[in-house]
Design a protein around this ligand. Structure first.
Ligand code: GDP
Length: 446
């Protein structure tokens, strides 16, 4: 089951909570059956699924779990249980600005290590870190070429050799050179093998010894599901793995199982890969991830994207308004304009609360272009509104909506949809403002 499908099923089960007239044991059992079934199909370990069931069932015993409160508590218990399933117990390495951070990548061949290195470099480079790569994979023919190609595309300096066969020597020389040049993030690619074997681990340890990395990143293919547990454990036993990056979470049935299995080894998942392009890469945060999985958006992630894109001129003002829980149509207009510049659109849209659910199929069907087209239509509609309408000073009555539809060349139903979406978005911002969640943010990565 692909992750979106898993999220959809859990969402649907939680939806039953709202539609049931009363929430009794029978309804809860039905909901749990659906959620647990979906998790098991996603290859999540049975023990973890049972833990979730137990935690959620406990809610029924609480005295305050009555009426609407019971629904809220169950909803929250499911969310919390999913988050704790994915939350590693250890904190990952934090990059230090202004000094050389050496990051050694390890993983089996085919796991997506080389691709991930490029994504990782791209991620930090976009955030303004002076980044470079060293290719110490002399085992696989063509490894250096692949890294070189990616590095050239990304305009990231690289170090490697066609003639030197000793990976330890290359790693040592490359890192020394880039340290001397004061690079902030020095990424070292090491060899993979088809399967775990003594040679691979011995080589990894040798490279580790000479390079003395600040972090060892283990790249792992999620398509093997919960079997990643043993793989992660074996690598952790061989070198001090500090972070794990899970790849190929797009379009595969076992992603959920893989992620929860990694978390169960207590390794910190830092990023995950969702495709073959450099931008198909996300920083991992358990609660943001679960929010997005359940179509609830990820405001914190969105704010981080907005901040790091540096494209929102009145960003400070916007953050302040968000913290107060204010979100007008004009704010949405500005937000959409930023989103258009930020790209890739479908990824950003997922972070907007309620958006993935409402726009899901439209965006999926139309791909990136379709998404841009829809967004443009939203902007046309808002262009046809008056300042008072955009700022929420006057309500958009049906006759006003009709005027906006005519003025923008859109259908009245589209205007209605836009307003509904705004209402949903504004509601989330208001709740987050009240809860203080927007304050401080926990930009875990950098
Ligand atoms: P390596 O042998 O570990 O260095 O693996 P590569 O980086 O060469 O990747 C192996 C294959 O997996 C390539 O075809 C990549 O394009 C693909 N790949 C890597 N990461 C992802 C991902 O997150 N999603 C998908 N769909 N494919 C990926």
């Amino acid at each position: 089951m692909v992750l979106a499908e898993l999220g959809g099923r859990i969402q649907a089960a939680l939806g039953r909570l709202n539609s049931a007239t009363t929430v009794d044991d029978e309804v809860l059992n039905l909901i749990l059956k659906e959620i647990c079934g979906a998790l098991l199909e996603s290859d999540v370990n049975v023990r973890l699924v049972q833990q979730l069931r137990g935690r959620v069932k406990q809610v029924m015993d609480a005295d305050e779990a009555v009426g609407a409160n019971r629904r809220r508590m169950i909803h929250k218990a499911v969310m919390d249980a999913l988050v704790s399933m994915l939350e590693p117990q250890t904190k990952p390495y934090k990059m230090k600005k202004g000094q050389s951070n050496v990051v050694m990548f390890v993983g089996l061949q085919g796991s997506g290590k080389t691709t991930t290195i490029a994504k990782y470099a791209h991620y930090y480079q976009r955030k303004g870190w002076k980044t470079c790569m060293v290719c110490a994979d002399t085992f696989r023919a063509g490894a250096f070429d692949q890294l070189k190609q990616n590095a050239t595309k990304l305009r990231v300096p690289f170090y490697g050799s066609y003639t030197e066969a000793d990976p330890v020597r290359i790693a040592q020389e490359g890192v020394a050179q880039f340290r001397a040049e004061h690079y902030e993030i020095i990424i070292v690619d090491t060899s993979g093998r088809h399967k775990q074997e003594a040679d691979l681990f011995a080589e990894m340890q040798e490279v580790y010894d000479v390079v003395q990395p600040d972090d060892v990143v283990f790249v792992m293919d999620s398509t093997i599901g919960q079997a990643v547990h043993d793989q992660a454990t074996a690598f952790k036993d061989a070198v001090p793995v500090g972070s794990v990056i899970i790849t190929k979470l797009d379009g595969h049935a076992k992603g959920g199982g893989a992620m929860s299995a990694v978390a169960a080894t207590n390794a910190a998942i830092t990023f995950y890969g969702t495709g073959e392009h450099f931008s198909d890469f996300e920083a991992f945060n358990a609660s943001s991830f679960v929010s997005r999985l359940l179509g609830m958006g990820d405001m914190k992630g969105l704010m981080e994207e907005v901040k790091s894109s540096g494209m929102l001129d009145n960003q400070e003002e916007m953050v302040k308004k968000f913290q107060k829980g204010v979100f007008t149509l004009r704010d949405m207009y500005n937000q959409f304009q930023t989103v258009m510049k930020m790209g890739p659109l479908s990824k950003v849209m997922e972070m907007i609360p309620g958006m993935s659910g409402m726009l899901g199929n439209m965006l999926k069907g139309g791909g990136e272009e379709g998404g841009t087209r829809i967004l443009k239509r939203f902007l046309y509609m808002m262009d046809s509104m008056t300042a008072a309408e955009l700022d929420g000073v006057v309500q958009l009555t049906p006759s006003r909506q009709l005027r906006v539809a005519k003025g923008s060349g859109c259908k009245p139903a589209e205007v209605e949809f836009l307003l509904k979406m705004h209402k949903q978005f504004a509601g989330v911002v208001q709740r987050m403002g009240k809860s203080g969640l927007m304050k401080g943010g926990d930009a875990a990565m950098a």
